[in-house]
Ligand binder design. Structure first.
Ligand SMILES: Cc1ncc(COP(=O)(O)O)c(C=O)c1O
Length: 402
């Protein structure tokens, strides 16, 4: 049972990270009133075009979630039994399930101990002749070190899927995350840096043909008739095609209102991320002299999108991460969370036979990590309160342990 906090909650861990401006809210009403279709219309086309330009990829396909984008990527890769896909275990469950669903074997790679994302070194031992794809997650918003990963993949003819749910607008050596691998999967769910009203996603592709195939799969195979028709109702209102041989299509559509909001938010994504970087840097610098806390290492050339701010706590004399989370919650009213259960330790993955796996960096980080409350537009006084409280709490635990 959670002990009762002695201090009222002062800094919650929020569900919505970026609120809409009044102008963005007005776009919702305006689109509802003026849009002739409410789905699959001009807003979607424009959102996809603007997203493609922003990311610098060949094409973008708007979908209802990042999970849907990952399902499309897994489908387009034509994975199946006998194939292997390498994934991190320290990630949100959606990174893995779409690939597991194909019947391919999931191979869990460890994370780099300091960057806390996969690297060429952690991926390499997982490669076998059966490996068809690697899913790289730019977790917490930090772009993974992609060049060595791309080189490794090219040597073995392996495709790369980037899970960009947490790093929209993140940059790796001048390239936006989501433009580097063969597929990029974005999330606009409520907790992300930008959200299309609670749910939403985007699939980006390196080859234009993959975008066309994804569109044929997105809305149950609906596709325009090839030529002109004398009568619009003959042979029927809509055409149905099989976009990918042997694959039944889905309904993964994003509504026009969501696309309209997405377009507006895309315009301020860079500013949102800039502010988030400033917030993260304020907290990181404020805690730089606290040796028990270590944040993600951000190498030169990696521009962090700071979806979240997580740290490892290496407590002294038996003090644990749970002691720190409890103290911050109970006495300072700051709600931190513990995230990304190594998937092989979950009942879900145990039920599918992955329960025997242990990865040292993944386990160590998860067992000692905490994620601080983080959102767009944290007031300066809250940032100061967080820094002082976290420093104070760690010092108290240090004294109690010595
Ligand atoms: C790393 C990662 N991948 C995928 C997803 C799934 O995103 P969605 O909720 O849009 O399906 C999330 C969402 O939390 C995520 O954090």
């Amino acid at each position: 049972m959670t002990p009762i906090a002695t201090t009222p909650l002062k800094v919650d861990f929020p569900a919505v990270q970026t609120r809409l401006t009044a102008e963005e809210e007005a776009v919702v009403i305006e689109t509802l009133r003026s849009d002739p279709t409410w789905t699959q219309g001009e807003e979607q086309k424009a959102f996809e075009k603007e997203f493609t330009e922003y990311i610098g990829c060949a094409d973008s396909v708007a979908v209802c979630s990042c999970t849907a984008a990952l399902e499309l990527a897994a489908t387009l890769l034509r994975l199946g039994p006998g194939d292997e896909v390498i994934v991190p275990a320290h990630t949100f469950v959606s990174t893995v399930v779409p690939f597991a669903r194909t019947g391919a074997k999931v191979v869990f790679a460890d994370i780099d101990a300091e960057m806390r994302v996969v690297s060429a070194e952690t991926l390499k031992p997982c490669i076998t002749p059966k490996t068809k794809a690697i899913v790289v997650v730019h977790l917490y918003g930090l772009p993974a070190d992609m060049d060595p990963i791309l080189e490794l993949a090219a040597q073995h003819g392996i495709k790369i899927v980037e899970d960009v749910a947490q790093s929209p607008g993140g940059v790796y050596k001048g390239r936006k995350t989501g433009s580097i691998g063969d597929y990029g999967c974005f999330s606009f769910q409520n907790q992300k840096n930008i959200s299309t009203l609670g749910e939403g996603g985007m699939l980006t592709v390196k080859e234009a043909l993959q975008g066309e195939l994804a569109r044929k799969l997105r809305w149950m195979g609906h596709w325009p008739f090839a030529g002109p028709r004398d009568r619009y109702w003959v042979p029927a209102m809509g055409n149905l095609v099989c976009g990918v041989e042997g694959v039944w299509p889905f309904n993964f559509c994003l509504s026009e209102v969501q696309c309209a909001v997405g377009r507006r938010l895309l315009q301020r994504l860079d500013a949102i991320n800039e502010e988030r970087r400033a917030q993260a840097s304020f907290i990181r610098q404020g805690l730089a002299s606290v040796p028990e806390l270590s944040f993600q290492r951000v190498p030169e050339g990696h521009v962090h999108a700071y979806h979240l701010l997580s740290a490892r706590y290496d407590g002294l004399a038996g003090k644990t991460r749970n002691d720190l989370v409890e103290l911050l919650y109970q006495e300072y009213g700051i709600k931190c969370v513990v995230q990304y259960w190594p998937l092989y330790r979950s009942d879900l993955f145990k039920a599918f036979g992955y329960g025997h796996i242990h990865l040292p960096n993944t386990d160590r980080f998860f067992d000692n990590m905490l994620s601080f409350p983080f959102w767009s537009g944290i007031p300066k006084e809250t940032l100061r309160y967080m820094v002082e409280s976290i420093r104070g709490a760690v010092e108290r635990l240090r004294r109690a342990g010595s």
